[in-house]
Ligand binder design. Sequence first.
Ligand SMILES: NC(=O)c1ccc[n+]([C@@H]2O[C@H](COP(=O)([O-])OP(=O)(O)OC[C@H]3O[C@@H](n4cnc5c(N)ncnc54)[C@H](OP(=O)(O)O)[C@@H]3O)[C@@H](O)[C@H]2O)c1
Length: 258
Amino acid sequence: MSSELFNLNGRVAVVMGGTSGIGRTMALGLAEAGADVVATGRREELVNAVADDIEQRGRKALRRSSDVQSRESIDALRGAVLKEFGRIDILLNAAGQIFRKPTHLVTEAEWNKLMDVNVTGMLRSCQSFYEPLVESGRGRVINIASLNSFVSLLEVAPYAASKGAVLSLTRSLAVEWAPRGVNVNAIAPGVFRTELNSGLLDGTGRGRELLMRTPMKRFGNVLELTGAAILLASDAASYITGQCLTVDGGFLASGVNQ
Ligand SMILES: NC(=O)c1ccc[n+]([C@@H]2O[C@H](COP(=O)([O-])OP(=O)(O)OC[C@H]3O[C@@H](n4cnc5c(N)ncnc54)[C@H](OP(=O)(O)O)[C@@H]3O)[C@@H](O)[C@H]2O)c1
């Protein structure tokens, strides 16, 4: 009975930014829970590789690259998924970028690009997939937020603003779409070493400080995010919407921890 609550058999998931790091791990987790999964991003070779991994888990996949900066490419992806599978039940938005720079030196072009990927890209995806998610009858949106949605991390102001907006967009859509049967939640990962942040973490004072501030005294393993994604995609979360689930080894709960 309880395992049925987390069973995603028969569902179709689309994972934007599902070809690397957190999105890739969550895409494979959704497949292991029973979903057919379309994991996408810009780089075709990564799209093909993650599709192979999904199929190795006995689920169906679709090899289709996309760019969240292009509404046309997202709409084309939606069309291809509907043609192949006939439905879309879960949209997981993990596409994201970051850069570190003192805020007084950040150009408007840099700011706009980051916001366009991290926030407007998420909005484009949510808008494009809205109708099929409603038609699903139990549509789910899972947006990837950040510790930076809640607290400042030095010299990543555009990223922080984008992740604050992710949380706000999550709440707004949750309220608007609840009457249509679509649950919209966020997951805020703590620090997980991936392609996105390895340059910021490896051998740096910042990396050491983040560890010091994490009560568990280690970075997360991306596999430790799988359960949160499956939960929010599943029937176990049928009455959860507008929430942000933080998976951070205790970081946000911590004041002084030594
Ligand atoms: N790692 C952490 O500790 C951490 C903590 C909190 C939140 N997050 C968030 O988690 C999400 C995933 O990050 P990650 O650490 O897993 O980074 P990652 O390994 O660099 O993965 C980023 C993913 O997004 C895709 N992507 C980037 N720009 C895109 C675009 N314009 N259109 C479509 N896809 C795009 C990438 O594929 P292509 O480059 O091929 O397009 C890749 O699949 C991000 O939203 C990030 O902000 C990460």
